[in-house]
Ligand binder design. Structure first.
Ligand SMILES: NC(=O)c1ccc[n+]([C@@H]2O[C@H](COP(=O)([O-])OP(=O)(O)OC[C@H]3O[C@@H](n4cnc5c(N)ncnc54)[C@H](O)[C@@H]3O)[C@@H](O)[C@H]2O)c1
Length: 352
């Protein structure tokens, strides 16, 4: 391509270095990373040197003044998702923002407004949508084989898996714990497979039972005094079309399994279970159990990220709507908010 799309990255931490930057680098015939921004200058400089990128910023507003930038990846902790995304859209950039879309639904709504005004593309980093098993399952559902999906489960539970680096334990910066970190992925996947029914009422609970006491952690040690978010959350969502969705998520809980990440959907025609690392299983009307025989391995996760970045870049080039739409990501944040609000009020929460 004569004129490669120019990319700027805001937040040069784990997800930028592990997913976005490698995702763009493999598309070097179409895109070029031209600027990096991190409030920790050394971090951005180190990566810039490695990549041969000359523009380094600590303030994203300055980076957004670069007219030549077409694409922005927002890879900051959650508190900066909305302000950075809105500033980038207002500056005429196409944006991929990491999940969750924002710290809360109010901020996510502002992002949707800015997106609509901008005429640019906005998508959110729900890379699991691109998983080959999920795509296979979705095609069976779209072919009508599942009939009416009336029950589904979004599951993202870890026995001991607290991401005790960066700002993940900080309520003010993140807006929550496992629900907004890993539960958000499972929720998005499940809503996608259900066809994005409109949520009506949510009953939710959240707990901090283990992590604030300094429980063992598979990931790394941390100071329990820093632990400000929930360590487990659960929700029961009634949809306007009558369907029911349950949500289970934890970073620390006395579970039988080390970790379950996935989704289950049950319809009048068939049911399916996608648990990461296990074969996708579909049970149909005649009780036949079909193993889809595409076992997901840990090393495949990189491919979902690559597929996500490639899809986003192609959407920008071709002016296409992305698979993960801003309004869908907003709906996920609304359910998350409602689970927390239900915990606070002790009552079911209506979603507007
Ligand atoms: N899609 C996924 O599966 C996935 C996986 C991991 C993380 N994430 C998301 O990515 C985001 C970042 O997570 P991470 O693991 O990379 O965290 P991290 O702490 O490793 O990196 C975040 C970086 O952002 C920088 N930063 C903070 N505020 C900034 C600001 N205002 N302007 C510029 N830079 C800023 C920090 O200095 C840090 O270098 C989170 O929202 C997280 O939910 C998504």
């Amino acid at each position: 391509m004569a004129n490669k799309l120019k990319v700027g990255i805001i937040g040069v931490g784990g997800i930028a270095k592990g997913a976005h930057i490698p995702g763009y680098l493999r598309l070097n015939d179409k895109v070029e990373i031209v600027a990096l921004c991190d409030i920790i200058e050394e971090r951005a400089k180190k990566k810039a040197n490695e990549l041969g990128v000359t523009k380094v910023f600590t303030d994203y507003n300055e980076m957004l003044e670069m007219k030549e930038i077409d694409i922005i990846s927002v890879c900051t902790p959650n508190y900066a998702h909305a302000p950075a995304t809105i500033a980038a859209l207002n500056a005429g950039k196409n944006v991929i923002c990491e999940k969750p879309m924002a710290k809360n639904a109010k901020e996510a709504e502002e992002m949707v407004k800015a997106y609509k005004k901008s005429g640019k593309i906005l998508t959110v980093g729900y890379q699991w949508r691109f998983d080959p098993d999920i795509q296979a399952l979705k095609s069976h559902i779209d072919a009508g084989e599942f009939g009416d999906i009336y029950f589904a489960k979004a599951i993202a539970t870890r026995r001991r898996g607290i991401p005790a680096w960066g700002d993940f334990l900080n309520m003010e910066k993140q807006g929550g714990g496992p629900l907004v970190d890993i539960g958000t992925h499972a929720l998005d996947l499940t809503l996608y497979l259900m066809g994005h029914p409109e949520p009506d009422t949510v009953l939710g609970s959240s707990y901090t039972k283990l992590a604030d006491k300094g429980c063992l952690n598979n990931f790394r040690d941390y100071d329990p005094k820093d632990y400000q978010v929930e360590d487990a959350a659960f929700g029961f969502v009634k949809m306007k079309n009558g369907a029911t969705l349950s949500v289970e998520t934890s970073w620390a809980m006395n579970l039988m399994d080390d970790e379950i990440f996935g989704t289950e959907v049950y319809g009048s025609g068939a049911g399916a279970r996608f648990h990461w690392g296990k074969p996708l299983t579909i049970v149909n009307e005649s009780h036949d159990r079909i193993n889809m025989n595409q076992i997901i391995r840990r090393d495949k996760i990189g491919n979902n990220y690559n597929a996500e970045i490639e899809h986003f870049v192609n959407c920008v080039i071709e002016g296409k709507e992305p698979l993960v739409k801003p309004e869908e990501a907003l709906r996920v944040v609304k359910i998350q908010d409602a689970i927390y609000n239900s915990q606070k009020t002790g009552a079911a929460v209506k979603i507007k």
